[in-house]
Design a protein around this ligand. Structure first.
Ligand SMILES: [Zn+2]
Length: 264
């Protein structure tokens, strides 16, 4: 079970030791060391990091990095294009590139947690939307995007209306009220490729070399291969408001949502 501070079963050791966000979304501060420094680009790679590098529609994290004798604002995080195992952290430091930390320097990273947690709630809300649309209409998501607090998804539905949006909003909030547990699992490819819930979300199209697959399971509602960060229970999402419904053409309908606090 994905309890904060506990590693999900079957998590590859390499990830557990380096990509903290993939095994525990609730790590907001961490000790690390600088692995390499790119002074030209003003960025560093760390031995381990909790900063999400962006991907799957989820934006990268921001925050701060402190080291002996200096600190910087982490303004952007991304995987290296040629070497996806390397995650770069762009640092805004006072002074020049000489003020970046040195290779091997011990450091402490701290996420902008308010932004990250809101993003986790938003990402989870979008999975609930997928689950609800599948349960009620048997169509799978075709695209989407998110910012902290709001997101959108497209579905190959025959029609779309404000009325439909209101009923989807009610269904999402029902699933939030149901307090469904959300698990992070690492599933072997042979098992994943036989799992009907994963097949319908096209997990079988992910390259075979990726084994095991990281799976986010909203128990009883939605299961998908996913690299992003999510909350532990649907209740933690708060409340969802559907803010827009649009037709983007024949067979392509868009739902926009926002995540708000439950008492709003
Ligand atoms: Zn996702």
């Amino acid at each position: 079970m994905a309890v904060p501070g506990r590693t999900p079963e079957g998590a590859p050791v390499g990830l557990v030791e380096t990509e903290l966000f993939s095994v525990d979304a609730y790590v907001r501060g961490f000790e690390t060391a600088v692995r390499s420094v790119d002074r030209e680009q003003g960025r560093v790679a760390l031995r381990r990091t909790a900063f999400y590098p962006g991907g799957g529609g989820q934006p990268h994290d921001v925050g701060t990095l402190r080291w002996d004798g200096g600190s910087g604002v982490v303004t952007r995080v991304a995987r290296d294009r040629e070497d996806p195992g390397t995650i770069w952290h762009w640092l805004d430091v006072e002074g020049s590139a000489d003020d970046l930390p040195g290779e091997g320097a011990e450091a402490h990273g701290e996420l902008d947690w308010a932004r990250r947690h809101l993003t986790m709630r938003t990402h989870t809300a979008l999975h609930i939307l997928c689950g609800v649309i599948w349960a009620d209409h048997r169509v799978a998501v075709t695209g989407g995007n998110m910012d902290p607090g709001k997101g959108r998804l497209d579905f190959p539905l025959p029609s779309m209306s404000a009325e439909f949006g209101r009923s989807v909003e009610a269904r999402i909030n029902e699933e939030i009220a149901a307090t469904r547990e959300i698990l992070v699992e690492f599933v072997g490819r042979d098992v994943a490729d036989e799992d009907h819930a994963l097949i319908r979300t096209a997990a079988n199209l992910i390259p075979r070399e990726i084994d095991p697959l990281r799976v986010i399971d909203i128990v009883g509602l939605d299961k998908q291969a996913d690299g992003g960060t999510h909350v532990l229970s649907t209740a933690e999402v708060g409340r969802v408001v559907v803010t827009g419904t649009e037709s983007k053409g024949k067979g392509n309908k868009r739902v926009r949502l926002e995540v708000v606090d439950p008492d709003r």
